[in-house]
Design a binder for this molecule. Structure first.
Ligand SMILES: [Zn+2]
Length: 237
């Protein structure tokens, strides 16, 4: 299958896309979570026509792209040194680091008290803090899922299996095989935002695409989802 490339301008935005010809009747434009645009055109459709069709859907493509962009975790460069602030459940805590005879991480009186066994290095601090976040993520995300789930029970859907891992581009995803994956980094966001991401993904149990049905369910279950979404985007920068 040969892949060609094209580009379309829409206002100040540029839409780069790749396309291929396949044995199908209609032209399909897909925007993927990594924000790439892929067009599948029926055999014989010329590239000028593909270009025209992409231009016609430009507004929609940009909307989709922006939608996926919001889920990109924007983690600033961190140094893991004393005094630096790190987020946990939407609040900032300063790092207090000391060299002791054991490794430990505690959240005490507004501080992350990090004890490092032996010589303190940023790598060691990062490793300890990441481990602490991962442990908290597994208990807090479970709690959030249990909290959000009752509202989905009556939709006669099956509760997905929870998986937590570091994702590069998304806060969460729901696989067709019923696995809800949450990004470990989401533990930095407030509970309200965590519940929003979970609720969003659970709405996909009923409809896979972000269509009217999806938003109707989301709106009904979580009327203030837009506010939470905005907060998530603002805090995790
Ligand atoms: Zn979604």
């Amino acid at each position: 299958m040969r892949l060609s490339h094209g580009v379309v301008s829409y206002g100040r935005e540029k839409i780069e896309f790749s396309f291929c010809h396949v044995d199908r009747k209609t032209l399909e434009i897909a925007v993927h979570p990594n924000q790439t645009v892929v067009v599948k055109a029926p055999l014989g459709v010329e590239s000028a026509e593909v270009q025209r069709r992409v231009a016609k859907r430009a507004r929609w493509i940009i909307k989709q792209r922006n939608y996926f962009r919001q889920f990109e975790p924007r983690t600033p460069a961190r140094c893991y040194v004393g005094g630096e602030t790190h987020l946990y459940l939407g609040k900032r805590y300063r790092l207090k680091i000391s060299s002791e005879n054991q490794d430990s991480v505690k959240l005490l009186k507004g501080y992350f008290e990090i004890q490092v066994k032996g010589r303190v290095t940023s790598d060691k601090v990062k490793c300890l803090l990441d481990g602490w976040y991962a442990k908290k993520a597994s208990s807090k995300f479970r709690e959030s899922l249990d909290y959000c789930w009752p509202r989905f029970k009556k939709l006669s859907v099956v509760q997905p299996r929870l998986q937590i891992k570091r994702l590069k581009k998304r806060w969460g995803s729901l696989s067709g095989r019923g696995t809800l994956t949450l990004n470990t980094d989401l533990i930095r966001a407030s509970k309200g935002c965590i519940n929003y991401v979970i609720t969003h993904e659970l709405c996909h149990l009923q409809s896979k695409v972000h269509g009217p049905k999806f938003y109707k369910t989301l709106e009904r279950i979580m009327p203030d989802w837009k506010k939470r979404k905005q907060k998530l985007e603002l805090t995790l920068v």
